[in-house]
Design a protein around this ligand. Structure first.
Ligand code: SF4
Length: 388
């Protein structure tokens, strides 16, 4: 049935008749093949190999306040964080490791600098991975102790190079450059390899997108260890989201990257959906409803921005990868709706509800949200019962 949206009263353009059009679009062209890497196990999550690119974040609580830390770990996990990193900066934090591990529902990474005793405490407490640069623990005997204990527990180590903390001799030779970051990582890697330790993940983070991308590209030529991607000190929510999306997006689109963290100067729980949106936008992972929403313009005759916002809120908890189009008018509405599971094309104080590109109902503006919710839930029940 041809939709009845373009009445003379609304003076909108004629609505294309999509009812005979195949409702689904062909799959987008594939990305280049993923870089081949070793696979390392972090608790029940695999990084590298054929494992999906995983999502990480980091707590901001005082680690020795184990209850507050666990609370944040839970919030991160509920938002979709698959691995949580926690700094272990002092003896009080090290003492809390056991309690935190007992209560955590996701794999934990201990972020250690300099003092090998805190690494040993996290290993002893059964954590799942260390972030530690062995070259920063000056005493070779202490490095051997930590690496031996990690090996015994099959616990990987991430070497995390930051542009801001390169060794003085590397800065002298290479400057703060991608080459310096790569050399720094290789130096730490050599220490682990000499101890026959190869459960390694590598990160090379800079605040600058171009430096970060160049460093990972170069590193990919030297090792087959999986990469943890991130733009460090990326900034506040807006700046950090853009920089991380551009930098991580460039690398992931080239097949580089096995686990990601978006660093925001904000509540860490906000980092998690950004990670997921990056992965979803490249078709690397599926999670939750994907909303296509028009920005609205002078043609719109319903409050489409508020509707899109409301749809995002009511579907935030849904895990099924349902595609929803929220469109303001007949210009792009039916077309976008034809590529979604459920769609709305607005008219004058009303909207047309589409299912698989076929118009199923016309609803007054006040009923659009409920109508969309109902249709989305039907799609989940029929197509994604595993998410119910
Ligand atoms: Fe304007 Fe949205 Fe209609 Fe596009 S779909 S013409 S942005 S109201």
């Amino acid at each position: 049935m041809k939709p009845d949206i373009a009445s003379s009263e609304t003076a909108l353009p004629p609505v294309p008749d999509w009812s005979g059009v195949a409702p689904r679009v062909p799959a987008p062209p594939p990305l280049p093949p993923r870089r081949k890497t070793r696979a390392v196990k972090v608790g029940n999550v695999v990084i590298g190999g054929d494992a999906p690119v995983s999502v990480q974040s980091m707590t901001t609580t005082k680690t020795d306040d184990w209850a507050a830390t666990l609370d944040q770990v839970e919030q991160l996990a509920a938002a979709g964080c698959e691995i949580v990193r926690i700094s272990v900066p002092d003896a009080k934090a090290a003492a809390a490791c056991k309690k935190i591990k007992e209560g955590a529902n996701v794999p934990l990474v201990a972020d250690i600098h300099f003092d090998h005793r805190y690494a040993l405490a996290a290993i002893e407490a059964g954590w799942d991975k260390l972030r530690l640069n062995p070259g920063n623990i000056r005493d070779p005997q202490k490095v051997r102790e930590v690496v031996g204990a990690a090996k015994a527990r099959v616990m990987p180590i991430r070497i995390g190079v930051n542009l801001g903390s390169l060794a003085p001799d590397i800065i002298e030779r290479y400057g703060r450059t991608p080459a310096g970051m790569v050399e720094s990582a290789l130096r730490h890697i050599r220490i682990l390899e000499e101890l026959d330790f190869r459960d390694i993940v590598v990160s090379l983070k800079a605040h600058d997108v171009r430096v970060t991308v160049a460093a990972y590209r170069e590193m990919a030529k030297h090792v087959d260890y999986p990469f943890h991607l991130g733009i460090t000190e990326a900034g506040t929510t807006r700046t950090g989201t853009v920089k991380s999306s551009v930098g991580l997006g460039m690398l992931l689109a080239e097949g580089i990257g096995d686990t990601i963290r978006v660093s925001l100067a904000a509540d860490p729980v906000e980092e998690v959906p950004v990670c997921w949106e990056i992965l979803k936008s490249l078709g690397l992972r599926e999670r939750g409803v994907e909303i296509t929403a028009c920005p609205s313009c002078g043609r719109v005759q319903v409050d489409i921005l508020r509707l899109a916002d409301a749809v995002e809120k009511i579907t935030a908890e849904y895990k099924a990868p349902v595609k929803v189009a929220v469109m303001g008018c007949a210009v792009n509405g039916p077309g976008e709706a034809s590529m979604a599971d459920v769609g709305i094309a607005g008219g004058k104080g009303m909207g047309l509800l589409y299912r698989d590109g076929v118009m199923v109902r016309s609803l007054p503006e006040g009923k659009l949200l409920d109508g969309l919710r109902e249709e989305i839930e039907k799609v989940i029940a029929e197509r994604y019962p595993q998410y119910l």
